[in-house]
Design a protein around this ligand. Structure first.
Ligand code: NAI
Length: 328
């Protein structure tokens, strides 16, 4: 089976090339271009395409892929909010993903963001390099014995809950389903979580229900001086309301690995560009906001798991079998 791999970065190729010899029935061609309605037609002659979080697998793209004869969309990530599943169903395109390739990778990054934003590591790094050893503006607070509120206790949320527990925090959580492994977690409703948490970390998927979950109304319910971390999806947070909340001094700090408007930025070097009017630039102007570029997943272990699972998804499809990672 021939697979066209979109948005290839050197680390993707390295990781897939390491394993492809074990899958002689699969052949991958790598493209640097992102999957969009415009580039989808390059998939003519391929049975499968492989895409990632910033790909546009919306209605138009699915239509093009279908006309090119593509029958399988391999998402090399967990989230699939950028895929038009209804169209995929209509066109008989199977969508497969890599669920839970390394929950700890993302959870550890969430805690890294929380600690960086709290203890001002981003500022300290620059200051000390300039031989400025002063501490003004660096004051943080202990996580020990504070309350961590985890929204969504699936694989990543559970890993984050365990990390927070390890820090000696009281851990509360909101989810429709209680994770029985998290015996140390107290499940509460969202309002209570917002009102009592010193650190709020978002780990639910982006759906119609969770879109702009963190808006003005819910920000107002938070404790003053809270730290908010989002490593899940940008659309969970209404950025304009977040910015207003930051201006009103609601947040002690904010750590974002994902944000609305990230699509154009993710994994691109735009350092020579003059940025257009942008909420990203506004967010970056605040001293208590730390942003990373969707790198929560980016560990060696996670990349290995992504390539291994994506290739075995493709193998299962090619053999007419189910891998269990089908989305539709
Ligand atoms: P999961 O499916 O294991 O867990 C999601 C949890 O959220 C489930 O327990 C579900 O019941 C809960 N949930 C759903 N709707 C909810 C709501 N309205 N309120 C509260 N909880 C709700 O997913 P996993 O693997 O833990 O991933 C979570 C998210 O992390 C993904 O959807 C993805 O958006 C994001 N992610 C980010 C990465 C990064 O690099 N920053 C990498 C991988 C995933």
């Amino acid at each position: 089976m021939k697979i066209l791999f979109y948005d290839t970065k050197s680390y993707d190729r390295e990781s897939f090339e390491k394993r492809i010899a074990d899958y002689p029935e699969l052949k991958i061609d790598y493209l640097k271009s992102e999957l969009t309605p415009g580039t989808a037609r390059l998939a003519a002659g391929y049975e499968a395409v492989c895409a990632f979080v910033s790909s546009d697998a919306g209605t138009k793209t699915m239509e093009e892929l279908f006309h090119c004869g593509v029958r399988l969309l391999l998402m090399r990530c967990a989230g699939f909010n950028n895929v038009d599943i209804q169209k995929a169903n209509e066109y008989g395109i199977t969508v497969m993903r890599v669920p839970g390739y390394s929950p700890e990778a993302v959870a550890e990054h969430a805690m890294a963001l929380a600690l960086t934003a709290n203890r001002k590591i981003h500022k300290a790094y620059v200051r000390v390099r300039e031989n400025d050893f002063s501490l003004g503006g660096m004051l943080g607070f202990n996580f020990y014995q504070k309350t961590a509120g985890i929204v969504g206790t699936g694989k990543i949320g559970a890993a984050m809950a365990r990390i927070c527990h390890g820090f000696g925090m009281r851990v509360i959580a909101f989810d429709m389903y209680q994770n029985p492994e998290l015996t140390f977690v107290e499940y509460v409703d969202l309002d209570k979580l917002l009102a009592e948490s010193d650190l709020i970390s978002l780990h639910c998927p982006l759906t119609d229900d969770t879109y702009h979950l963190i808006d003005k109304k819910n920000i107002n319910k938070m404790k003053n001086g809270v730290i908010l971390v989002n490593t899940s999806r940008g659309g969970l947070v209404k950025t304009e309301d977040l910015i207003a909340g930051i201006r009103e001094r609601k947040f002690f700090a904010v750590g974002l690995d994902v944000y609305e408007e990230e699509k154009k930025n993710v994994f691109e070097d735009r350092s020579d560009e003059i940025m257009e009017t942008s909420i990203t630039a506004r967010l970056l102007s605040f001293p208590n906001v730390v942003i990373t570029s969707h790198q929560g997943f980016f560990t060696e272990e996670a990349l290995s798991a992504i390539s291994e699972t994506t290739l075995s998804n493709a193998r299962a499809f090619a053999a007419g079998q189910k891998s269990g990672n089908e989305v539709n």
